[in-house]
Design a binder for this molecule. Structure first.
Ligand SMILES: [Zn+2]
Length: 353
């Protein structure tokens, strides 16, 4: 069977988003019953889609997929790196104001809660070291060098990945959405190359057995039905992406303008032992894909990628930022149902042509 997995986030229930906004802090103890209810319901509805691997829908990442490890740290300020989206809005990364750099929380805490309710394998998404490296100020910090920061950052990332694997994650997915953005910021490719090097430095500390259960997700960003780097040609990203020392690649594809050339580029850069999960549904598109549309996208991908290296996924999470209300929960689960059903149809068509 062609494997199929989600990326991670599911839109939070409206009551939860409202309550987080009202209480002003996602860690307020009064939110606990709402988190619990959201996670239980998300796991139940996720399993009902038939997806053989699910997530907790990131219901507890109360800011977003990017900064959940560092929200609330005292040695940060809100005015850090800017991520501008095509629709005109902007998200920001916190700025580190002093060393040492430590995570405030690790994602295995979220995973453990989901596993208590789940009867199928659960994957866990974590943020890349390269994304958090954007927290270090360009003009440096007194008494805390960039080198020391990178060492602390890599240690924290490796600790988080290992904790998730030890807690029983089906796999750990490193969210690397800033990869394509890096080319937009720095068309010379130097920033992207530094991101790849940093992430490989962390991945190199895992054992080969651990790396079999680790993957990386790339996309053009997905927030309020908008993207931050869809105009960057995939050809400028993919050859570098496949230099990452991981097994699984989760690559947005459904929303691409020129899927054939992107798939051809993947085929050129894919190595033995890699598996590439191709995006077959688009979370930022309000139109629901049919199972037949998904099937045709999988068959299209199979013209370029060997079947034993092919999987399917969604192009991105359905709400990487907690307060994103652009996609109804019901639509997210309907798209996941289409992904699962369409992948099964493609499996039948490809195994019995
Ligand atoms: Zn994404």
């Amino acid at each position: 069977m062609i494997p199929t997995e989600p990326i991670g986030s599911i839109p939070r229930p409206t009551e939860l988003i409202d309550a987080i906004g009202r209480l002003g802090d996602g860690t307020d103890p009064r939110l606990e019953p709402l988190y619990d209810a959201a996670i239980q319901e998300t796991v139940r509805l996720f399993e009902a889609t038939g997806s053989p691997v699910i997530s907790d829908g990131e219901q507890r990442k109360y800011h977003n997929f990017l900064t959940y490890t560092v929200e609330g740290l005292e040695n940060t300020a809100p005015d850090g790196f800017r991520i501008p989206f095509a629709s005109g809005h902007m998200r920001r990364v916190p700025r580190l104001t002093a060393g040492p750099f430590r995570y405030r929380r690790y994602a295995d805490k979220f995973l453990e809660q989901a596993l208590r309710h789940s009867t199928v394998p659960v994957k866990q998404a974590v943020i890349s070291p390269s994304a958090l490296s954007l927290m270090y100020p360009a003009d440096g910090l007194p008494d805390y060098s960039r080198e020391q920061f990178i060492e602390d950052l890599v240690n924290e990332h490796v600790t988080e990945v290992r904790r998730c694997l030890a807690a029983g994650a089906h796999s750990v997915q490193i969210d690397f959405t800033e990869a394509r953005l890096a080319i937009k910021i720095d068309p010379t490719g130097e920033l992207l190359a530094s991101f790849i090097d940093l992430n490989n430095l962390a991945l190199g500390r895992l054992t080969p057995a651990e790396r079999l259960r680790v993957g990386v997700h790339t996309c053009a960003g997905g927030d309020r039905d908008s993207t931050h780097s869809a105009d960057v040609p995939y050809e400028e990203l993919l050859p570098s992406l496949f230099q990452l020392n991981v097994t699984n690649f989760f690559v947005a594809m459904a929303g691409e303008r020129d899927r054939e050339s992107a798939l051809s580029n993947i085929a050129d850069n894919l190595k033995p032992g890699h598996r590439v999960f191709i995006g077959v549904t688009s979370p930022i598109d309000s139109r629901l894909e049919s199972a037949e549309t998904v099937r045709d996208r999988v068959i299209e991908a199979a013209r370029f990628i060997p079947l034993h290296q092919l999987g399917t996924t969604d192009d991105c999470g359905f709400a990487p930022f907690c307060d994103d209300r652009s996609t109804p929960r019901e639509l997210a689960f309907a798209k996941i149902r289409a992904r699962v059903a369409g992948t099964a149809l493609a499996d039948q068509a490809l195994s019995r042509p």
